[in-house]
Ligand binder design. Structure first.
Ligand code: ARG
Length: 479
């Protein structure tokens, strides 16, 4: 064991397994090789290592990159890489760790690897958002029932409903972009926590790795994981949003609702009931949301009582991040495919949109607009009609008006035609064309606006990728 040799001596396999982070370190192996390269370039530029020594170490790193199975034992990937480098390059391989510690190294690796994951995630998130927006465009005028308390409330349009989910996802995107700006900062060069007396150049390694700047204070740099916690927070909120979408797919695909059918690809069947088509993928999006929330809670609980600066407990936090990221990314892809292939039963949705006297609000509103009675009075008149439980005709309306408020709408300019119109679900959504409303014209306007917001977000993401991956590609090609 490379690190224990001077101070400690051998280790028991049970202890080694207990303290090892090797399994989770698979997520940061590539990042570590890139961090090593950036550090080496800087060490040479600063005259802290000779070109020949750097060449030997570089060669060993490239070998590991080509075949990570070359790595032998070590309590973490950092030790295993250094051990391989020294085995291949000889004692001068031991110069690689000049002016740094595993503490700044691992913090840099996590940020670098997370950055790559986030760039993939932005694409997946924006793709799902775009799927919802395009579905909304297609269904801008198709009626669906709107619910409150899961009871029929008012008719709305499918486009309006889908855009509500899209907008929630857009805020998820904004939260994650905000987190990205704090993820993409370099702790490298902080060393154990107290910086170093070697004349290293922290800005240079940050630049080589495509970071947007430093985590400046060397103690903060090695001991803070709030970038990770806020990412877990934003991912948890995003999963909650996906889970609500999944819940609706599950509910709407039941016999009882009959609003949509999911594609076979996203369904499972029963081992005993041959007729079954179950929405298992949506159920697992809902179920895995619990796992992601668990990752957040676990990470917060581990972080909360750590004194400055590095403590090994921090190692226990990191796997929560990778678990949450991988669940979140797959959930985004599954929901995208699932929504793209949904078959909506538009006739059933339209029929259901008008059920349960869902036009009652518009009836009350129209009474106010035409007769000038106060809204509360109209609300009480229509409430009386609703209690009677049948579709009202003009006589019913007058009778209810008389009973509740001693008014007869028919004598105040409210015609049978107006009543018919108020009871038409299509008319209900058409007049609700204020900003954000369900009217087809308003849905189409919102679709146009969201297309442009998605394009802008995609452009920001592409620019981040270009900067991050461009830097790494140049670094790897450095001779
Ligand atoms: N595997 C460790 C981690 O994930 C790397 C840093 C080890 N540092 C130390 N001082 N033991 O945190």
């Amino acid at each position: 064991m490379l690190l224990r040799k001077g101070r400690l001596g051998g280790i028991d396999s049970d202890v080694l397994e207990f303290i090892s982070s090797r399994e989770a370190d698979a997520w940061i192996t590539q990042a570590d090789l890139d961090v090593d390269r950036a550090h080496l370039v800087m060490l040479q530029e600063q005259g802290l290592i000779g070109p020949q020594e750097r060449g030997l170490i570089w060669q060993a790193i490239s070998e590991i990159e080509a075949d990570p199975n070359l790595l032998g034992e070590g309590e973490d990937v950092h030790e295993a890489i250094e051990a391989y480098v020294i085995a291949r390059a000889g004692p001068s391989g031991g110069r690689m760790h000049t002016g740094r510690s595993r503490n700044d190294e691992v913090a840099t690796c996590i940020r670098l690897a997370l950055r790559g994951q986030m760039l993939g995630l932005f694409d997946e998130l924006l793709s799902l958002e775009s799927t919802l927006v395009e579905l909304a465009a297609r269904h801008a005028a198709d009626l669906v029932p709107g619910f409150t308390h899961l009871q029929h409330a008012q008719p709305t349009t499918l486009g309006h409903h889908l855009l509500a989910h899209a907008d929630a996802l857009h805020r998820d995107c904004q939260r994650l972009e905000d987190a990205y700006s704090r993820i993409n900062r370099s702790p490298l060069g902080a060393a154990a926590f107290a910086s170093t007396g070697f004349p290293i150049d922290r800005d240079r390694t940050a630049e080589l790795l495509g970071f947007d700047g430093l985590v400046e204070n060397s103690m903060d740099a090695v001991s803070s994981r709030d970038f990770l916690l806020e990412t877990l927070c934003a991912l948890s909120i995003m999963m909650v949003n996906l889970s609500r979408m999944a819940e609706e797919v599950i509910l709407w695909s039941t016999q009882e609702f009959g609003y949509l059918e999911i594609d076979d690809l996203f369904a499972s069947t029963s081992s005993i009931m041959p007729q079954k088509k179950n929405p298992d993928t949506a159920e697992l999006v809902r179920g895995k949301t619990g796992s992601v929330i668990g990752c957040l809670v676990s990470a917060l609980a581990t972080a909360k009582a750590l004194p400055m600066s590095y403590n090994r407990d921090l190692q226990e936090i990191t796997p929560n991040l990778w678990r949450a990221v991988s669940i979140a990314r797959s959930a985004l892809r599954i929901m995208d495919g699932c929504y793209q292939s949904l078959r909506f039963s538009l006739a059933r949705l339209e029929e259901s949109a008008g059920a349960g006297f869902s036009t009652a609000t518009e009836l009350a509103d129209s009474l106010v607009r035409v007769t000038g009675i106060p809204f509360r009075t109209a609300h009480q008149i229509v409430g009386r009609l609703a209690a009677a439980g049948q579709a009202p005709n003009p006589d019913d309306l007058d009778r209810a008006g008389q009973e509740v408020a001693k008014v007869k709408p028919s004598q105040m300019g409210y015609s049978a035609d107006m009543l018919r119109h108020a009871l038409d679900p299509h008319g209900n959504v058409a007049v609700r064309n204020r900003p954000g409303g369900p009217a087809p014209s308003e849905v189409r306007r919102m679709v146009r606006r969201r297309r442009s917001l998605i394009r802008q977000a995609q452009k920001r993401s592409d620019q981040r990728r270009e900067k991050a991956e461009g830097a790494l590609q140049r670094l790897r090609k450095t001779a």
